[in-house]
Every structure is written in C-alpha cells, then in structure tokens.
Design a protein around this ligand. Sequence first.
Ligand SMILES: [Zn+2]
Ligand SMILES: [Zn+2]
Length: 249
Amino acid sequence: MFRPIASWMTRRAVAAASRRQGPDALHGLPAVCDICAAWPARTFCDECVARFARPQSRCATCALPVPPGLSTCGACLRLPPPLDTCVAAVRYGHPWDRPIAALKFRGQAGLAGALARLLLRADGAGAALAAADLVVPMPLSAARLRERGFNQAALLARPLAPGRCDGATLLRIRDTPPLSGLTRAARQVQVRGAFAVEPARAARLAGRRVLLVDDVMTSGATLHEAARALRIAGAVSVSALVFARTPLE
Ligand SMILES: [Zn+2]
Ligand SMILES: [Zn+2]
C-alpha cells in the first residue's frame, strides 16, 4: 500500500538525508529536489534543470557566454588562453552556489554524482571527455586536503571518468590568497608556481591529452597555471571541464 512519505518523514528531513547520503542511500525512498524541494525527484528535478541549467552558447576556450553562432570570444581571439577547450555547465550563482558549497565543504558524494550528470549534459562535455587520455581533478594543497579531508574536484571527476581519473600527477604545491578584485596580470603573478608535476609520474604526461576538472572557474588564472605546468611537463593538449563559470567581473 502506498504510504505518503510525509506521514512519517518531513520533506525537510528527506532533503537533509538526501543531501547527507545521496538519494541512493535512502534505499528506494524518493528524494526531494535539492533546489526547490519538490518530491519525489532526482537530486535536481527536471523543472529546476530546465530553468536553471539552460543551454547557453559559450566561448570554446574560456566558457564565458557568447552570442549564439559565435565560437570564441574577442578576448580569447586576442590572447588565446593555455586551454585548448573549456566547457562549463552553468553560470555560477543562484541556485548552484548552495549545492556547490555543500560539495566543497561537506563532501556529499550524492551531490557530486548529480552535479557530474549535469556537467555531462553540457555542450562539448562528452567530446572533451572522449578526447582525453587523462582526467585530472584540480588538486588541493596537502595542507588544504588534510584540513578538508577530500578534494571536491576529485569527487566530481571520478564519476565522469571511471578508471581514467588521475589525482596524483598534478600537485598543488602552494595555496594562493583570494584572487577576487585583482587584475588579470596580478592574478597571474599570484598563482605562478602554484602547481608542479609529481616527478615520478611526469613521464605519463608526454604526448598525452589532459582534461582538468573543477567545480568552479572564476577568472581562470588557477586553471591556466595548472595547464601551463602540465604543458611544460609534456602534455600535448590541456582542456578544462568545470561545473560552474562565474560571469565576467
Ligand atoms: Zn526542483
Ligand atoms: Zn573566451
């Protein structure tokens, strides 16, 4: 007999359990949408995906919005970035800032899977994954990893590329202060030398095509610096796949 879930579990409690453990961990109980709390629903309901993850024409190399029909923005034409392609699923901001923060600070694996599925739907994401020899989550420094206990970019990258996800080759050897408010040139200076390739694994990169994965791309300075380190180590191509892209500041 159908028993309404609300008779013994509030919608809020289901949402909290779903966020904590992922809907699959609820053993068949319907989940509620993480955004609008509609239920039963996947982690993000179809209405919220249609409304908040609408396809958008984006520049092929920086993922900022461009008018339909245009493939590359003026800034990238003038100064091509060190990424061959860059794909983003959504604009950073409401309502995605909340699940992204939950992934980043609480490491909810259920959310990582749901965000990864949305990322896969982004225009160009499948092609970028198919072209990559190695899928590399943006690394955290050893200190940050100890403090947080997990790398949210790795949680996002793993379901995208099971068996091809390499979290050990690229190292973050230095944290940088927040880059917001800095000019492009100042950002580049701040992130210079922040990454290195693990010496014992450097040989793996020669001639390989690498796809970097991250949750959020803000100015791109950090991703660009990681791409430079990978290219110096011999990668022939470096692209990026990010869940959310901040609009131009
Ligand atoms: Zn919803
Ligand atoms: Zn661009």
